[in-house]
Each structure stands twice: as structure tokens, then as C-alpha cells.
Design a protein around this ligand. Structure first.
Ligand code: DON
Length: 570
């Protein structure tokens, strides 16, 4: 690996051109556009460098979990806006034999967190406090998550999985044009929260192709390589994190770090027309919401209506409205709040929820105050999907929450801290950065995990692996995964086409259908508006990275062109 990365300039180009040529040829043979298909395994992630790291681990005999660990650490280096060691996430696993499991490495509130910590004396939310700077930070879970995943299922040596990320941090990597734009755009924020300097700020503008070297991060990764949990949650890295907290008046303590544990949880499993959907339970809302959405639309002939037709959109929107209303009220950290999971997923409940749906008119969203909300278009989380030679599959969504999280980079340790505290319901009924509202179930409590929308998912067909899927996108995660699954199962899209298809989104509040430019044709928009559906255009929705197993046993990649994402197979 080290060699591949060190000689990256040359080997990446050669490897990639061979891969791309081969992909084009295979796709052509099977009569499928722009899809790449491979037999032995595949990695799809937000970064070409990270996908190469993952495929290299697979080729060395690592399994999907080994590759996931290596990709997670590589993304912390080459995709710092969302890849992370200072954030958290969720992992869904399915072994080749059909064993399923999920891992919760979500951040949690510090012991000193309190319900009203982001409210001013008049009880109003102070938005920036939960979004930027030290107070926005939840206890990071990613390192604990990777250690737990590796201990349970990993095959290669832990240290070997960290090595590629260390090399990328030490020697640097070439930033993309998109990354240069983002880093330049955030320069002032980085300076505000990191007055002592950081590798992410340059004395001139960043340019595409500039090499980003992160020496402090490399040292931190070496400590994690050598000491595992103790390399991050105690010792010099923890000391730097606590010093950073002190400097910026954050509240995380040594106890918070020492007590952090990743948790294996029973997957949410649902059925859609014979496909078995294996997905993430709370504290993510994603799994329950995805199964609810699928069940809501299952009785209807979507295939006959067609992709993004007015009937399809109306039905999906009405399902989304109801499911997001449930999310706001009923979902939170199951260790703190009794989530009525069975009721939410029961067929009788879903039938009752859809019973009020009327084809003639939009159902107005319930009358909870929506607050002033603008859809954020620079949402940043990242998802990767991996399948190995044996057929084990891993679906991981991981995040700092906003792009580059809290913008705080731990001085001396070189990694970004999350702003995940904003995913709590800071005040009942007040929208968070994604416009999501919540109540008691997701109120802040010490050591509680904040509710998530992340929806890493694996789907089986006839007892065999069928799809590995997930995406970033804040509140749009659930609807993006929903549409991608429907695009394949109902509309017979191949994986890349399902990812490329334009999306729309409704989340109950605000009571609006958001659509990507061109997602719905003008006649469809007119029809929907006449029935009382406000429709607004917005930027990209989701950034799905997914794998489909074709009926011939090939893995087909879907890497989202809304970003610099890359699927690589072998
Ligand atoms: O856990 C959540 O639902 C959010 N923190 C995810 C944020 C996100 O997807 C931002 N990305 N694009």
C-alpha cells in the first residue's frame, strides 16, 4: 500500500486509466451505460484516493470490514469536510453467509451538556452556538467504532489499516477543484476558530492540484495505529483535545472521552416486495423512516406510473410528510427514550397513516411552527459502500455534521471536531440546520446520542446480497436512499443511473417539495401545484455511493457525480 500511495502520481493514473477503460468495455458488453462491473469486490466512496486505499486492502486479502476501517481513516485525511476521526457514524454489515449486524459510533453529548445550553436568557436558540466552535462538539465516536468493527470482524492487522492514511497525511495528497473552492470559502471561519494556524489555511488561495500535507494529523494517526483506543481517548491526543476545549470554552472532559463506547445494535429489518432491507436502528431515524416509506408506497403501482411522474411524486411526498412528522415526535436515542419502534413499523399503523391521503389535494402538514428555514445546500457527511471477494458487505455513513464540522481543528493533533450537537432538538419545535424539528425524544441530556438521519443500508434478494447503499445530505438522506432503492427495484435502473436520477424531497416541515433542477418536468410541477403542493428548486440532493449485485453476479458501482466520488472494482 505504502508503495502505491507513495508513487501515487504515476500508479494512480495508470491504475485508473486501466480501470476506466475496462469499465467502459464491460459496461458496453452488457449493454449498460456508464456502469462498471466487477466480480471480486468494489469500493465506492467520496474520494478516488480513499476508494483506491479500500480496493488495495481487499486485494491484499483484507475483508470488507478491513477495507472499511482503512477507508474511514483515509477519508479523515483526503476528505476532511466529512471524513473524520473527530466525528461519528453508523455501520451496517452483512456477511457473505447472511449474518447481519449494525454498529453505532455516533457522537454523544458530554456529561456537562444540558437541555437549554444553546438558548439565550429569553429561551431562544442561539443558532451559531450549536453549529460552530467548541460548544457544538459531541464526544467523537469514529475511532471507537473502527476499533470495535475491527475487533469483531477484521482480518488484517490493525496497524496495516492505518498505514495508508498516515502516508496520505504525511506526504500529502492533491486536492480537487471542489476542495480548493471549499477551503478558500471557509478560510475566515478556520482562522476565527483556529487562531494558532492550521494546515487547512494557506497564505494564498488554494488551487486544484495543491498538495495538502497534515503532519499533526499523521502523528495522531500513528498514535491510534500503535495504541488503538488509548491512542485517541487518552494520552497526548486526548490531552490536546481537552486543551482545545479549555481554550475555546468547550465542555468535553476526560471522563467523556474515557467512557465513550461504540455499540453493536440489532438491525432494523423490513420487507419490500420480497426484498429484505437491513438498515440502521435508532439513534438514527434513517432505518425506521426508510422502512416506513417503503411500506407506505408498496401497495401502489409505481412501476406503471414511472419515475418522477406526478402520481409517483405525490404518493412519495405524502409518505415522506407522514414519516418525517413521526421522526420529529417519536425518535431519539433509545438508551434515553422509549422509541415505539414496533408500532411505527407495523402494517396496521402504516395503513392508518396513509388512509387520510387524498389524490385530489395535498394534505397540509400539521400545524407545528416551522420557524424560519432555508434548505442548506452544503451539507456534509459522507457514505461509502464496500463488498469483498467473499461477498461480505459494509455500508458506512460517517459525519462531522456540517461541512468541516465545528471548524475547530484540535491544535497539536490536527483533526477537525464535529458540530453534531446541532442534531439535538435544541428547543422543541425550533428547526436545526436541516430544518428538522423535534421534541422531547431528542432533547439534550448528558451522555445522550443526538438523533441522526443517516441511513446506511444493505438489501438482500432471495437470500443473496442485492444492494449496498447510503448517502450524506442531512434531512435529505432518508429520501435520497428511498428514491435510489425505488429507482432500482421499481424503475429497473442500473446502479449508476439510479444514483444519477434527479431527486425531490419533502420533510413535513417546511411544507414544500424541494427538487433538483430538472427533476420534475414543467407539466408535473403545474399539476402538483394545482393540488396545493408548493414546489421549489434547490441544489444537489444527496450524494449516493452504492453497489448493486447484478443477476450475473457482478458488482456494479454507482458513484455520485454530484461530487468527486469514485467507484473502483476488481
Ligand atoms: O446525522 C445526521 O443526520 C446529520 N448530522 C448528517 C449531516 C449530513 O448528512 C450532512 N451532509 N451532507
Amino acid at each position: 500500500m505504502q508503495k502505491v500511495i507513495k508513487d501515487k502520481g504515476i500508479s494512480l493514473t495508470i491504475v485508473l486509466s486501466v480501470i476506466l477503460a475496462f469499465a467502459g468495455c464491460v459496461g458496453g458488453q452488457l449493454g449498460q451505460n456508464n456502469s462498471n462491473e466487477y466480480r471480486k469486490g468494489m469500493v465506492v466512496s467520496a474520494s478516488e484516493d480513499a476508494s483506491l486505499v479500500g480496493i488495495d486492502i481487499l486485494k491484499k486479502g483484507g475483508n470488507a470490514i478491513d477495507a472499511a476501517v482503512a477507508v474511514q481513516f483515509a477519508l479523515a485525511v483526503v476528505y476532511p469536510n466529512a471524513g473524520n476521526i473527530g466525528g461519528g457514524g453508523f455501520l451496517v454489515y452483512r456477511s457473505a453467509e447472511g449474518e447481519v449486524n449494525t454498529l453505532d459510533f455516533r457522537e454523544k453529548a458530554g456529561f456537562r451538556a444540558s437541555r437549554d445550553m444553546y438558548l439565550d436568557p429569553d429561551g431562544n436558540p442561539v443558532i451559531d452556538k450549536s453549529l460552530f466552535g467548541h460548544l457544538a462538539v459531541g464526544v467523537p465516536g469514529s475511532v471507537a467504532g473502527m476499533v470495535a468493527a475491527h475487533q469483531k470482524y477484521g482480518k488484517l492487522k490493525w496497524g496495516d489499516l492505518l498505514e495508508p492514511a498516515i502516508v496520505l497525511a504525511k506526504s500529502g495528497f492533491k486536492i480537487t477543484a471542489r476542495q480548493a473552492r471549499e477551503l478558500n470559502g471557509l478560510k475566515e471561519r478556520f482562522i476565527t476558530y483556529n487562531p494558532n494556524g492550521t494546515a487547512l489555511v494557506k497564505d494564498r488561495e488554494w488551487l486544484e492540484g495543491d498538495i495538502l500535507v497534515q503532519s499533526e494529523l499523521a502523528n495522531t494517526l500513528e498514535l491510534i495505529r500503535d495504541k488503538g483506543m488509548a491512542g485517541f481517548y487518552s494520552g497526548p491526543v486526548a490531552d490536546s483535545l481537552l486543551a482545545e476545549m479549555k481554550r475555546g470554552k468547550g465542555i468535553l472532559s476526560a471522563d467523556d472521552l474515557k467512557s465513550y463506547k461504540a455499540i453493536w445494535r440489532k438491525p432494523i429489518i423490513g420487507d419490500y416486495k420480497g426484498f429484505k432491507v437491513i438498515t440502521m436502528p435508532p439513534p438514527s431515524s434513517g432505518g425506521i423512516a426508510l422502512i416506513q416509506l417503503l411500506k407506505c408506497v408498496e401497495p401502489y403501482p409505481l412501476k406503471q406510473w414511472g419515475l418522477n411522474s406526478d402520481s409517483t411524486v405525490q404518493l412519495m411526498v405524502e409518505a415522506e410528510r407522514r414519516v418525517y412528522a413521526d421522526r420529529a415526535t417519536h425518535l431519539g436515542d433509545p438508551d434515553f427514550y422509549d422509541v415505539p419502534q414496533e408500532q411505527l413499523l407495523s402494517n396496521a399503523y402504516i395503513e392508518e397513516r396513509m388512509a387520510g391521503f387524498n389524490w385530489a389535494h395535498a394534505t397540509p402538514s400539521a400545524n407545528i411552527k416551522a420557524g424560519t428555514f432555508k434548505v442548506a445546500e452544503h451539507e456534509e457527511t459522507t457514505h461509502f459502500s464496500i463488498v469483498d471477494k467473499a461477498g461480505n458487505a459494509v455500508s458506512v455513513t460517517t459525519t462531522l455534521n456540517g461541512s468541516y464540522g465545528s471548524a475547530v481543528i484540535v491544535k497539536g493533533a490536527g483533526f477537525l471536531l464535529n458540530n453534531e450537537m446541532d442534531d439535538f432538538s435544541v428547543k422543541p419545535g425550533s428547526p436545526n440546520m436541516y430544518g428538522l424539528v423535534g421534541g422531547e425524544a431528542n432533547a439534550i441530556m448528558p451522555a445522550k446520542r443526538m438523533l441522526s438521519s443517516m441511513t446506511p443500508t444493505i438489501i438482500e434478494k432471495n437470500g443473496e446480497l442485492f444492494m449496498v447503499v447510503g448517502t450524506p445530505g442531512g434531512s435529505t438522506i432518508i429520501t435520497s436512499v428511498f428514491q435510489t432503492v425505488i429507482n432500482v427495484i421499481e424503475f429497473d435502473k442500473n446502479m449508476q443511473a439510479a444514483v444519477d436520477a434527479k431527486k425531490f424531497h419533502h420533510q413535513w416541515l417546511p411544507d414544500t417539495i424541494y427538487m433538483e433542477k430538472g427533476a420534475l418536468d414543467s407539466l408535473t410541477v403545474v399539476k402538483l401545484k394545482s393540488k396545493g403542493y408548493p414546489v421549489l428548486e434547490r441544489g444537489a440532493i444527496g450524494r449516493v455511493d452504492a453497489i448493486l449485485k447484478t443477476r450475473w453476479g457482478y458488482y456494479q458501482g454507482g458513484a455520485d457525480r454530484r461530487g468527486d466520488d469514485k467507484s473502483i472494482g476488481w
